[in-house]
Design a binder for this molecule. Structure first.
Ligand code: SAH
Length: 353
């Protein structure tokens, strides 16, 4: 079957066989990508209209006990200048974000032991008390089921934990020996089971990635049915073992975004900062390929350069307000509009309104 027929089949059946995924991902050309992007964009327009949801990203600590080979804030990077925002600083970011129209706060960090269940739950409760009209998304890595339950009871609505790759051997080549694919998958299952709107995701073009690994990612996404998928290109960081590897391509990232949209029509799908880093118009192109979410940075300006997951990360010099204005303009030029809305996944009832 040619690639166009496979894309049509995916659109009709919302899944493909392993062999079909492999041949679509390894065999497509520019025209197939355009075909998939148009289909994906039409689906997103049907689901969400011309609306783009915003999430305010607060990078609240770059202290991390893990040593993921691709990541700039891995614990063995001695050149990373470490920081941890205080509770008050985080609440100040939320205040500014709320004033600017954000109704989702994404709290992202390395795996920093300071943020135990007690402290984190208190923080989430405080944010939800002050801003009951807002959703809180957490993205702070692997924790126990009990810990996720405590955070959920504290009021957190969503949790992002990219699976990174659904191929176990590939996973082992991206992570140190003390991290396991099985635990990552256990976390994702627990999160979804507890009731979080759960996000998984992967990088495109990460070292040792094959078309088969990406096929497994798509099969995993088909089965797991996440509420959100975080998907951006791998971008090398100079102080990591992967410094010498090339970044993932814009084209492959856009194609994968389109395939995710076609597979899960109602999924919340950001056009990522990494995509905007490898191409100045990456985020606009991401939207045109099926994305419907943007995640501008709400972190205080003085820490932004320290949350360097990869080299040349964009928007590290601007104020939050500037980021929003810039994104509003960018989105308007392609015929879309940024909305002030929690933007929950339609299968989940909002916990606070
Ligand atoms: N500690 C949290 C947050 C990690 S950072 C967690 O484990 O989920 C968020 C995401 O950034 C990661 O899941 C990874 O997919 C992405 N990332 C890290 N390093 C990157 C790199 N060099 N290029 C592109 N994306 C990267």
């Amino acid at each position: 079957m040619n690639c166009r027929a496979l894309i049509d089949k995916l659109n009709e059946q919302k899944s493909l066989s392993h062999i079909e995924w492999c041949s679509l991902i390894s065999g497509h050309d520019g025209e197939d990508r355009e075909y998939a992007a148009k289909l994906a964009r039409d689906i997103a327009d049907k689901m969400f209209g011309k609306k783009i949801y915003l999430r305010g990203l607060i990078e609240f600590s770059n202290i991390c006990k893990n040593d993921c080979l691709y990541c700039g804030i891995r614990c063995s990077n001695q050149n990373a200048s470490r920081y941890r925002l205080s509770e008050d600083e985080i609440l100040t970011c939320c205040a500014e974000g709320h004033r600017l129209g954000f109704r989702t706060f994404v709290l992202q960090s390395g795996e920093d032991g300071y943020w135990n269940d007690g402290r984190m739950t208190e923080l989430v409760k405080e944010i939800k008390t002050r801003y009951p009209d807002c959703a809180v998304t957490l993205s702070m890595g692997e924790r126990s089921r009990e810990s996720y339950e405590a955070l959920f009871r504290g009021g957190a609505d969503r949790y992002l934990l990219r699976h990174e790759t659904a191929d176990k051997d590939h996973y082992c080549r991206l992570h140190p020996e003390n991290m396991s694919f099985d635990n990552r998958m256990r976390c994702l299952r627990d999160l979804k089971d507890i009731g979080f709107q759960t996000g998984c995701g992967m990088m495109t073009g990460s070292p040792f990635q094959t078309a088969e690994a990406l096929a497994k990612d798509m099969e995993f996404i088909c089965g797991f049915k996440p509420a959100m998928v975080g998907l951006g290109p791998f971008v090398p960081h100079n102080d990591t073992p992967f410094a010498g590897y090339r970044a993932g391509s814009v084209e492959l990232t856009l194609f994968m975004l389109s395939l995710v949209r076609i597979t899960l029509p109602d999924v919340l799908l950001p056009a990522t900062t990494a995509l905007g880093t490898v191409d100045p118009l990456g985020r606009e192109k991401g939207i045109m390929a099926g994305a419907n979410v943007l995640m501008p940075n709400l972190s205080p300006s003085d820490v932004r350069k320290k949350y360097m997951l990869y080299d040349n990360k964009i928007c590290t010099g601007d104020e939050a307000a500037q980021c929003i204005e810039c994104l509003k303009r960018r989105v308007l030029t392609i015929g879309y509009e940024i909305v002030t809305d929690r933007g929950d996944h339609r299968n989940y009832i909002s916990k606070s309104i």
